[in-house]
Write a protein that binds this ligand. Structure first.
Ligand code: C5P
Length: 311
């Protein structure tokens, strides 16, 4: 099945509709090719510049429209909180509060994206929920309004309305779509522990001279993996590694294979290697599985591609 379809209003969303009352949707993961912190704000958030790239590792959502104004969520993942704090529930509630449709939704989430990993799984699920319900509830709001709802739910949610790539600023919610010159191949490695985003930010030293992201943006536009790899950086890598030394071991095992670039994604704990092609990605993944950094199993190593394809 191809995970790309269009809604009745013509907006793309990553799903398949069934008889106007149900949808099966794919929510992609992301990695941060670049993340710089410009300062701490009075609201406690940090002012950012980040280049995000969506990849073809997906959670799956089954969304069913019901006549009663209730929001129900269930999950295949025993560890997942399906209560009102879940970003899917928060997204559905926020959309409902704004547009007051005379309907509700029952949602089932199948998790494949590792959690607390800096891969944006929860945010992507929330954005996908907004897109699916915008359609199933017949709201058909424009993308700019949906981005406002997304920003209420979390800093990274609005990005997932605009894959495959975007330059995100503010606290992450100001999204400028970016072009991916060539499809990119990556390897993602998830350690056996997660990282708390709030804790990583709290350990951060805000730089006096921030790194400029122009080079990485230009490199992504050209689609040259070596160039992107040289220009990649993530300000959160240092505090996350200080908190969790296991991250350094994974970065080293990826770096040993000399891919185009190696980095932590977001606030971690997942790390990734940017590779020159699929063949190299398979080789790097095999090597990391063989090396087996502390607690990493075969299932924690993912060979992925930028998604959706625009080239
Ligand atoms: O917005 P979100 O709920 O994803 O953020 C989680 C936490 O990460 C925030 O409570 C904050 O501590 C930290 N954060 C930050 N600056 C950002 C984004 C997140 O300090 N730009």
């Amino acid at each position: 099945m191809t995970p790309e379809r269009r809604t009745r209003s013509g907006e793309p969303f990553w799903g398949r509709r069934f008889r106007n009352h149900a949808a099966l949707c794919w929510a992609p993961a992301k990695v941060n090719l670049f993340l710089e912190v410009l300062g701490k704000r009075s609201d406690g958030y940090h002012e950012l510049e980040t280049l995000m790239l969506a990849v073809d590792l997906f959670d799956m959502l089954e969304v069913v429209r019901v006549d009663d104004p209730v929001i129900g969520l269930s999950s295949t993942e025993p560890g997942l909180d399906t209560g009102e704090d879940n970003l899917i529930t928060r997204a559905a509630v926020a959309l409902h509060a704004r547009y007051r449709p005379e309907a509700g939704a029952i949602i089932r989430i199948t998790k494949k994206i590792p959690m607390a990993a800096g891969l944006g799984g929860g945010s992507s699920d929330a954005a996908t929920t907004i897109l699916a319900l915008n359609d199933l509830w017949g709201i058909n709001a424009p993308r700019e309004e949906l981005a406002e709802v997304a920003a209420e739910v979390g800093s990274d949610v609005a990005f997932f309305l605009a894959p495959p790539a975007a330059w995100c600023t503010g606290r992450g919610e100001v999204v400028e779509p970016a072009t991916v010159g060539e499809q990119l191949d990556l390897v993602i490695v998830k350690p056996p522990f997660g990282c708390s985003t709030a804790e990583v930010y709290s350990k951060l030293n805000v730089p006096k001279s921030p790194v400029n992201g122009d080079a990485v943006r230009k490199a992504l536009r050209r689609g040259n993996a070596d160039e992107i790899g040289r220009a990649m950086s993530n300000r959160l890598q240092e505090p996350a590694t200080a908190m969790r030394p296991g991250i350094a071991e994974i970065l080293r095992s990826l770096d040993f294979e000399k891919p185009a670039g190696v980095q932590l994604s977001g606030s971690g704990s997942a790390c990734f290697a940017l590779c020159r092609d699929r063949r190299e990605a398979m080789r790097v993944a095999d090597a990391v599985r063989m090396a087996g950094p502390a607690g990493v199993t075969d299932n924690d190593v993912f060979v992925v591609r930028s998604w959706p394809t625009t080239v």
